[in-house]
Design a protein around this ligand. Structure first.
Ligand code: ARG
Length: 557
């Protein structure tokens, strides 16, 4: 509709503004009574050397169309009132025909690679990794909705000097059975012990360096241990991914780039970017600290592996865009990474983007390790599911599949709580609050969806017979919101901001609940099916919005 209107306005302006220029100017009036779409004439004043109010008056007279009910001028604005019924007919017909493909763009043959989650082997999955997982997954879903092919990459932290320490610690105090039963907690335990003991036993650190060296040299025993630590940790991470409903196309972590770094170092040398500094090799940068490529003992670093990873990804996926969904505290690292790539002459680095996010707080405090005791993410997720179950027991004790629904609601609550705000904001993790069915929560949106399903059943809704020959006045805001869905998807994608979808879903759910409160849905007359068709469209779009965020929508709750 916006597009059609933009065509009319542009024509009335004799193409002084192009259709896309007009589209960019069109806005939503602040108040409902001011119509459905507004065109402000301020920017035209200079061009025509006339007062914008006069331009508005003159221009308004040249715009007419079937879908426009009324054109009114308010100061410098032209306000358009649309024909509600034909537009509703068009939107409802389209949604019923396309179902969950409503808002999906055609495939564009371009790939977007998303590096997200990326936890560290033998370390607990942190709240930061949870945020990265949830945001990255939503961005991948949104990219696919926009017609891209998404490559989901888990850049595991599976290499580094810590593995030397772990190998030494395991040989001294490791218990195979305990690690098999509880890999991450046990590996962490011996890792912490290593640090404690190394404080008064310097020899341990030397041993660890030795062990890492033999690992890098391909020593079989060291490699077998490393492989085992990696597999066992990954298995534990998999159970979290399963709960969250997240999958990856690649688990190529840092170790994968071991044999791909020499080439980068050589290239840096050839391009005369590498400089020696205290025995280490660095790339000096303007306005920021140098990028460390090799330590004085010749060991490569996190940044070296990321350089190799970037070049590998470019060659393998030829991506249109690459997102690194990593906490804000690594901003400098990514600035250095992209700057070095550009110094190397890789212009494609312009398409590489760090997607940072704020902290996850519990009761206002950063959550990671409490007094050396680890807060395990699996426990936190379980707590959310338990809280959701208590809520269901209270609200709907006879519900079938309670456990499954509680899982979808508890996990949905955690994800939505993360995604509903601008990602740069720190978020508070208050389980009781986020699982309630009211307010700005995932369960509120899920509950609205389930409520519509119940309503459709009660009203014996028949999809095939959905004649929209009538529209309640109060349903118009719903229709307009349904029409806006694809704009929000595009905005979410362009700004790498899933909160656009979360906010949109909340608004749509609220509008439905308002409509439902004001309307006798099951009127038993000819209009019942028309009303149900509209709310069925709302349900379809709510479900798709939740899916984009990575959240399930139970049919009943
Ligand atoms: N493993 C890292 C960490 O936990 C995150 C890796 C992010 N991705 C990357 N390509 N550097 O801090």
């Amino acid at each position: 509709m916006k597009k059609q209107l933009a065509v009319l306005v542009s024509a009335a302006l004799q193409n002084d503004l192009s259709v896309s220029e007009v589209t960019a100017l069109l806005e939503k009036p602040k108040y409902e009574h001011l119509g459905d779409i507004a065109f402000p004439c301020f920017t035209l004043a200079k061009k025509y050397k006339k007062a914008p109010t006069i331009i508005a008056e003159e221009l308004a007279q040249h715009i007419q169309a079937d879908f426009i009910k009324e054109v009114k001028v308010e100061g410098a604005y032209i306000n358009f009132y649309l024909q509600q019924l034909p537009i509703a007919q068009q939107i409802v017909t389209q949604i019923l025909a396309e179902q969950n493909n409503y808002g999906t763009r055609n495939a564009n043959n371009a790939t977007i690679a998303i590096d997200f989650s990326s936890p560290n082997i033998a370390k607990p999955f942190s709240m930061g990794h949870l945020r990265s997982t949830v945001i990255g997954n939503a961005l991948a879903n949104i990219a696919e909705k926009m017609g891209y092919h998404a490559e989901r990459i888990n850049h595991l932290g599976d290499w580094g000097t810590q593995f030397g320490k772990l190998i030494v610690a395991y040989k001294l105090w490791g218990n195979k059975e305990a690690i098999e039963a509880n890999p991450i907690a046990e590996l962490l335990k011996i890792y912490v012990r290593f640090h404690d003991e190394a404080e008064h036993n310097e020899a341990l650190n030397d041993e660890a360096r030795q062990a890492f060296k033999s690992l890098e040299d391909g020593d079989e025993e060291a490699l077998a241990l490393w492989q085992w630590f990696r597999e066992a940790s990954l298995q534990e991470f998999q159970s979290i991914y399963k709960l969250l409903g997240v999958g990856f196309d690649s688990y190529n972590g840092e170790a994968f780039y071991n044999d791909k770094m020499e080439r980068i170092v050589t290239e840096l040398e050839e391009k005369q970017l590498l400089v020696e500094s205290d025995g280490a090799m660095v790339v000096p940068l303007e306005d920021m600290p140098p990028c460390l490529i090799k330590k004085n003992d010749g060991a490569t670093l996190y940044a070296t592996r990321d350089l190799a990873a970037a070049v590998y990804r470019q060659e393998t996926y030829k991506p249109a865009k690459v997102f690194y969904v990593v906490g804000n505290e690594q901003s400098l690292h990514f600035k250095q990474l992209f700057t070095v790539l550009k110094k190397m002459g890789y212009h494609w680095a312009d398409n590489y983007q760090h997607i940072p996010f704020g902290l996850m707080l519990i009761g206002g405090k950063k959550m990671s390790t409490r007094k050396g005791k680890v807060v395990l993410l699996a426990d936190v997720l379980k707590e959310a599911m338990d809280a959701a179950l208590r809520n269901i027991e209270e609200k709907n004790p006879t519900l079938a599949n309670k456990e499954q629904v509680a899982k979808e609601v508890g996990i949905g609550a955690v994800i939505f709580n993360d995604l509903k705000n601008d990602r740069m904001h720190d978020i508070d993790f208050d389980i009781e609050q986020m699982v309630t069915f009211e307010g700005e929560t995932g369960p509120y949106v899920q509950y609205t969806y389930a409520r519509i399903q119940t309503l459709l059943k009660k009203g014996a809704y028949i999809a095939e017979e959905a004649p929209i020959t009538y529209l309640d006045e109060t349903a118009w805001p719903l229709i307009k919101q349904l029409q806006d869905f694809s704009d929000y998807i595009a905005k979410a994608f362009n700004d790498a901001d899933p909160s656009q979808i979360a906010k949109y879903s909340l608004q749509l759910a609220r509008s439905f609940n308002k409509y439902y409160a004001q309307t006798k849905m099951l009127s038993g007359d000819d209009l019942q099916q028309a009303r149900l068709a509209v709310v069925n469209c709302v349900a379809i779009v709510l479900q798709e919005g939740l899916r984009l965020l990575g959240i399930a929508s139970p049919e009943e709750m």
